[in-house]
Design a protein around this ligand. Structure first.
Ligand code: NAD
Length: 332
């Protein structure tokens, strides 16, 4: 049961860490991805890598042969990338979603795991944003993330288990690291330019280590149906202000690179006032899942990767930045 997993968007940041982890745990894995950011997966006897688009239902149907679980990560996955071409982004992030769920169910998939986002809540003054908090999305990216959730649950049935995760902003090293996410941006700048620019600073942002994200997806393959069917879970670890994150980054990078001198923290005003404090008690209470890695671990892992040359040209190479890569693909 649940041994044959297809990951849409499985060549992205999360997928680049998740697929090898599932292979090591004995799963058979299909990565189905347009490869917008390339592919880091090494060949493996239980790995199939398919360059495919979730909007191509016929190709997806073929790829789903024998698959029992889908983890849906494919997405134009941040606001600026979404806004580059709203028509294309909507076709990927929203229009293709329900057809993909339907084809999975028709093909005999028994479990469908959807990566939504904790940004669906938008700004909230609530001290603790739980799963039943109203969704007040601020952007189209957030709005469509939220609108896909009921489209998935429409298809929940005894033989088709649907579950939605609303992850916090991810951080840490993965084979295809994104350096356009808050902790990762700050670490890159601290290590490679000796200066961190903080926009605003007081906004609260929930964070989650990419390793905890992968551990959660693996757990969702293994948990009994009755624990997860039709459920939505927040998943975040540390709710910290951007300024607190900057100080953690500063201190860890100073320890990891003691010879590099002082790291300057510069504050700049911003009109990006998004602030939210997600509560992730439900996932611990119901599933027994508790993240194990903090922001400090993420910064340390990234420092190690920089030191070992695993993130070359990190200030300039567009592959670390979704919007830059997609913009240059459009121009080509
Ligand atoms: N990274 C975060 O902080 C974060 C936080 C919350 C939720 N999420 C969600 O988790 C998922 C994975 O995030 P990520 O950071 O790995 O994103 P990513 O951008 O690194 O990966 C997404 C992958 O989807 C692929 N893709 C895009 N359009 C496709 C299409 N039409 N068909 C097939 N593949 C397509 C891309 O090539 C890419 O490899 C996304 O759905 C994202 O919205 C991410």
């Amino acid at each position: 049961m649940n041994r044959n997993v297809l990951i849409t968007g499985g060549a992205g940041y999360v997928g680049s860490l998740l697929a090898p982890q599932l292979l090591a745990a004995g799963y058979s894995v299909t990565v189905y991805d347009t490869m917008y950011f390339g592919c880091t997966h090494a060949p493996h006897p239980r790995l199939r890598v398919i360059e495919g688009d979730i909007r191509d239902t016929a190709a997806l149907r073929e790829a789903l042969w024998g698959v029992d679980t889908v983890i849906n990560l494919a997405c134009i996955s941040n606001d600026p990338s979404f806004e580059l071409d709203e028509g294309l982004s909507t076709s990927i992030n929203y229009d293709s979603f329900e057809p993909m769920v339907v084809v999975a169910k028709e093909r005999g998939v028994r479990r469908f795991i959807y990566a939504s986002s904790s940004s669906v809540y938008g700004v909230s003054d609530a001290p603790d944003v739980t799963e039943d908090h109203p969704l007040v999305p601020l952007t189209l990216y957030n709005k469509y993330k939220g609108m896909c959730e009921p489209l998935l649950f429409k298809h929940q049935s005894d033989d088709f288990t649907c579950v939605t995760i609303r992850p916090a902003t991810l951080c840490g090293y993965a084979p295809r690291t994104r350096l356009d996410l808050s902790v990762n941006i700050l670490t890159n700048h601290a290590v490679n330019s000796g200066k961190i620019t903080v926009f605003g600073g007081s906004q609260l942002r929930p964070n989650l280590h990419v390793q905890d994200m992968c551990d959660l997806y693996q757990l969702l393959l293994e948990l009994p149906v009755e624990k997860i069917a039709g459920q939505t879970f927040n998943c975040g670890f540390e709710n910290k202000s951007i300024m607190d994150i900057a100080h953690i980054v500063h201190d860890v990078v100073r320890q990891e690179f003691p010879d590099r001198g002082e790291i300057e923290i510069v504050t700049t005003p911003t009109d990006d006032i998004r602030s939210y404090h997600i509560n992730s008690d439900k996932i611990t209470r119901v599933l027994g899942f508790k993240p194990k890695h903090g922001i400090e671990d993420a910064v340390r892992d990234l420092c190690r990767a920089f030191r070992e040359g695993r993130l070359p040209n990190s200030m300039t190479d567009e592959r670390y930045f979704n919007v830059r890569t997609l913009k240059s693909k459009q121009a080509a």
